[in-house]
Design a protein around this ligand. Structure first.
Ligand SMILES: Cc1cc2nc3c(=O)[nH]c(=O)nc-3n(C[C@H](O)[C@H](O)[C@H](O)COP(=O)(O)OP(=O)(O)OC[C@H]3O[C@@H](n4cnc5c(N)ncnc54)[C@H](O)[C@@H]3O)c2cc1C
Length: 436
């Protein structure tokens, strides 16, 4: 049926659009363009779209990887677009052609770049080598495996041993992850690791700025700090990380803190490979775009979402700007194809939110509306479930989150993965030698 639709729809006069990146921005552009009759090819290095806002739930064993990802082909099929798995390796604006890492080449009338960002380490020695990130589905599974492996080692080592988790970065991602780790410790561990002493699990959040959650009102920042502290998270603000090693973090000033798992959530930048695409980059490695979202100096290439830095209108790297820029770029391509001029993008601020854990979140809406606590948490939960793509994902995420939040300390348990660390033979022997 879909193939027949494709053939019926094919024909001259339809702009050929390549969209690279199946995140919020890329999907928003793809959907609108394909609905409007464009011939759209969506390209992504993964065969799925990732819902980043719930990655930390995967990392702490509350959700499955599949719950937060949606097959890209299911999306393109619905809108009559096509999907190609591949990694963008080069852009040739003169020939209007992109090249993929596997050698595939595709021509376009308009190109939309929506490839997102990755971690910025700000030159901190050891950060790239010894910390884990949380940007992709793979990252979340890897982090979960390391967290669980450390808890297993704690169980093996028995009394006296400790484990230290350090989250670097007090923005929304860092706060949410630290809160989820605290929740893991206070609730799920009891069922999953009954012999582990919860007091031996230390969680630390380190932020260079004097406060957490800087984009929020000071009262909400303070609330978040208090909530984390009351859940047993050690919050260090005004504290810069000088170096990361495999078993510790070193603070500016030289203080060394043990850290078995260090998560880097301190900043984002355009990926390194972006430089080879030959497009203008601004601060943070983002692609510089004009007010109508066309890449500076290019009349047929758009950049959207996290990767784009708009002239005179720098936007937060969040889902709403990504969705809105996606729709706007689609509209501009439709206008240009119809011989009309492109118009500037206007961002509509719909507010920001961050969750600390069960019944604890902060929401800041336009017109100074601020909510915190249970109501904010319910709003956070509802919004995330509604915006998750796919009915099956919504159902499974609802089930898994309910399991986590409703069973609350009564057998919640965790989703476990594979153990990435070698088993310490000596410790194993120690634990299983019968006492004399
Ligand atoms: C852990 C975490 C939690 C977050 N929580 C929130 C939240 O609660 N609320 C909120 O509003 N925002 C949140 N964000 C931010 C939000 O997820 C991003 O702003 C949003 O995903 C940006 O959308 P995008 O389409 O620009 O990029 P992305 O969603 O990152 O999508 C980029 C896509 O491009 C693909 N890609 C990258 N490079 C290539 C290449 N070379 N070739 C082919 N494909 C490529 C990737 O595979 C990916 O599918 C969070 C982000 C993270 C990391």
């Amino acid at each position: 049926m879909w193939r027949r639709n494709q053939r019926q729809a094919a024909g001259p006069g339809r702009p050929r659009v390549i969209v690279v990146g199946a995140g919020f921005a890329g999907l928003a552009a793809t959907g609108q363009l394909a609905r409007g009759g464009a011939d759209v090819l969506l390209i992504d290095r993964n065969a799925y779209s990732t819902f980043q806002p719930l990655l930390y739930q995967v990392a702490t064993g509350g959700l499955n990887q599949g719950d937060v990802s949606y097959p890209a082909r299911a999306f393109t099929r619905r809108y009559g677009a096509r999907f190609r798995l591949g990694e963008l390796a080069g852009v040739d604006p003169a020939e209007r052609q992109v090249t993929l890492a596997d050698g595939g080449q595709f021509g376009y009338d308009y190109l939309v770049l929506a490839t997102g960002v990755s971690a910025a380490y700000f030159g901190v020695p050891g950060a790239a080598e010894h910390s884990l990130g949380l940007y992709t589905r793979r990252d979340s599974a890897e982090l979960r495996n390391h967290i669980m492996a450390r808890l297993e080692r704690l169980d093996i080592a028995g009394p006296g041993a400790e484990v230290n988790f350090t989250v670097v970065g007090g923005g929304a991602t860092g706060v949410e992850l630290a809160g989820a780790l605290a929740e893991l410790r206070s609730t799920a561990l009891d069922a999953a690791f009954p012999e582990v002493d919860l007091a031996a699990v230390h969680i630390r959040l380190v932020e260079r700025a004097p406060e957490l959650l800087l984009p929020f009102h000071p009262r909400l920042r303070e609330y978040a700090r208090q909530q984390l502290a009351s859940r047993g998270v050690e919050v260090l603000t005004g504290t810069a990380i000088q170096e990361v090693r495999s078993d510790r973090v070193i603070l500016a000033g030289g203080t060394e803190l043990p850290s078995d798992v260090t998560v880097w959530a301190a900043g984002v930048s355009g990926p390194a490979e972006l430089a080879s695409w030959g497009l203008p980059q601004g601060p943070g490695g983002r692609i510089l775009v004009g007010p109508d979202l066309r890449v500076r100096g290019q009349d047929r290439i758009f950049a959207l979402g996290d990767i784009a830095l708009i002239d005179g209108q720098p936007l937060p790297q969040l889902a709403q700007p990504a969705l809105q820029t996606g729709r706007h770029a689609a509209g501009q391509i439709q206008r240009l194809a119809a011989g009309q001029p492109a118009v500037p993008f206007q961002y509509h601020d719909k507010g920001i939110m961050a969750t600390i854990g069960r019944r604890s979140a902060v929401v800041e809406l336009p017109r100074r509306i601020r909510v915190r606590g249970t109501l904010a948490w319910l709003a956070w939960l509802a919004l995330h479930l509604v915006t998750l793509l796919g009915h099956r994902n919504r159902m499974s995420a609802l089930l898994n989150l309910s399991w986590r939040y409703l069973t609350w300390g009564h057998g919640g348990g965790v989703i476990v993965g594979d153990d990435p660390l070698p088993l310490p033979e000596g410790l194993l022997t120690m634990k299983h030698v019968p006492s004399q």
